[in-house]
Design a protein around this ligand. Structure first.
Ligand SMILES: *Cc1c(COP(=O)(O)O)cnc(C)c1O
Length: 490
């Protein structure tokens, strides 16, 4: 075993990993990366098919991002945001607010059952920096909590989030989440939040359609019962005389739940419901942000205009949590954007102690901010938009080849995110028992063929870096095809 691998085995504890299994095999030890390719100590090359756990946007060692970090490095790496301001963080805050400014209400909603006041779109005006997705969500949660108390909406603010939600691993973020496998162990540490049904067309009890060889959203037969349930949940909570203070969601696609996409209009309609009940919206775009969910179709919002999933459905939240791709995936940094109204609830005489008593040592870090500025510059370049459009199209074409495998039950693509759900038999949708480690075996077989991704349950996620070439994309899909066949056929 390589000397570094021995050190890892001896000293490192890996996240979300059964360490007994880990210690049984030699780890892949990454030494460098370029574009979509990672290299290990043995000189082997791998395609980074999940963008290093959904963080990387433009590829590794991108000359523009590297140069921006190096330039900043010569000036200063970090000074505290507690008591001091700095150049890249100020520039970045402005750019983020502009990038996240209200989407054009491209689509008129003709016969809405809701008063038009219910769909007002607030402006995001302020940026609170932190370190990662979990802290971005903690900040949103605490701000919404205090705001609800100070405005008199509730003395004990209640939050509603989605079935299968994942918002990070710090305790507040875990309380908002609803994945039993991750969260149950910590139950008595957590405050209680409610959950409501989230769309999962492929396994929805309301979907009366027989399985077809297509994304379940396309052939589902239902009456949008999941949307009615959201309305019912809000109404029920109102009767308890403590209406929800905020509704928390991952827009367009729930990531850690298993790359589960929402059918068209779901987001817009539940956002209207939440607004109709006076709740604030907390959008967790930690995974979906920065163009990951692709270029909006001409039919929906302003095509191509926005980097954020919410805007694809004309929804503007009161809180927008960003992390993973913020720095292009180069450095840990996060941001929580919010409105002037929320900001104002924390203003007062010093002696009133309305200050937001929250912060992290590395808040507003200069290196991270410099990387983020460079990444935003790349994203806003028309060439990047065109490249993402092309990648999205070739991805969707390549994915069709997987339908020939009977162990592929559902293929769900939202822009540049894909979830492929493996099943024992597509005609019955019968799942594999998690103990069989079907998707883990498939991913290990993929790694042997030079493609890296990490499964979630029975789902194989693909999130290619935006610089992935058509040839690399073909390789990813053909390796996945071969690995599923090898591991699961017969
Ligand atoms: C990854 C993720 C988080 C947590 O982010 P970390 O940086 O891992 O703390 C939160 N929400 C969503 C939707 C995520 O995908």
């Amino acid at each position: 075993m390589h000397k570094l691998a021995q050190l890892d085995h001896k000293y490192v504890w890996h996240p979300f990993t059964q360490m007994r299994d880990w210690l049984n095999r030699e780890p892949i030890m990454i030494t460098s990366g370029k574009g979509s390719v990672l290299r290990d100590t043995q000189g082997r090359k791998y395609l980074d098919a999940n963008a290093s756990i959904w963080t990387n946007l433009h590829g590794h060692a991108h000359p523009k991002i590297n140069a921006a970090i190096q330039k900043q490095l010569k000036k200063i790496s970090h000074s505290s945001a507690l008591g001091l301001a700095n150049e890249p963080a100020s520039l970045l805050a402005e750019k983020l607010v502009k990038a996240a400014s209200s989407p054009h209400s491209a689509r008129r909603i003709p016969h809405s059952a809701f008063k038009s006041s219910a769909i007002r779109n607030p402006q995001l005006a302020k940026v609170f920096f932190s370190d990662d997705g979990s802290t971005a969500m903690e900040v949103a949660l605490k701000l919404a909590y205090v705001h609800a108390r100070r405005t008199g909406r509730s003395k004990t603010p209640k939050f509603l989030s989605l079935q299968g939600a994942y918002h990070g691993d710090t305790v507040g973020a875990v309380a908002l989440g609803h994945i039993d496998l991750f969260h149950k162990t910590f139950s008595s540490l957590l405050f209680k939040t409610d959950q409501v049904m989230a769309p999962y067309c492929y396994r929805c009890p309301f979907n009366r359609a027989k399985p077809e060889r297509a994304d379940a959203r396309e052939y589902r037969k239902c009456n949008h019962e999941c949307i009615d349930l959201v309305e019912k949940q809000f109404a029920a909570q109102k009767r308890k005389r403590n209406p929800y203070s905020a509704f928390v969601f991952e827009p367009l696609m729930q990531g850690a739940a298993g790359m589960i996409p929402q059918p068209r209009d779901w987001l817009r309609r539940v956002a209207e419901i939440a607004r109709g009940h006076g709740a604030q919206l907390i959008a967790d775009e930690v995974m979906t942000g920065f163009g990951r969910t692709g270029v909006a179709e001409a039919k929906t919002a302003a095509p191509g205009a926005s980097l954020f999933a919410c805007h694809h459905e004309g929804v503007q939240p009161d809180f927008l949590a960003l992390a993973k791709g913020l720095t292009g995936g180069y450095l840990p940094m996060a941001a929580t954007l919010t409105t002037q109204t929320v900001f104002d609830a924390f203003l007062g005489d010093y002696s009133e102690f309305k200050t937001f008593f929250h912060g992290h040592s590395f808040t507003g870090n200069q290196l991270g901010a410099a990387a983020a500025l460079a990444s935003l510059g790349l994203l806003q370049n028309p060439a990047s938009l065109k490249a993402r459009q092309n990648l999205q199209q070739s991805l969707s074409a390549e994915l069709q080849t997987l339908w020939s495998l009977p162990q592929v039950g559902d293929i769900r693509q939202v822009g540049l995110v894909v979830g492929i759900e493996l099943v024992r038999n597509w005609q019955t949708r019968q799942p594999f028992d998690l103990r069989e480690q079907a998707s883990i075996r498939v991913c290990e077989a993929m790694a042997r063929r030079g493609v890296l991704t990490r499964p979630i349950g029975n789902v194989i996620p693909l999130l290619p870096p935006y610089c992935t070439t058509p040839k690399q994309l073909k390789q990813i899909i053909s390796v996945l095809h071969a690995s599923i066949h090898e591991q699961l056929a017969g």
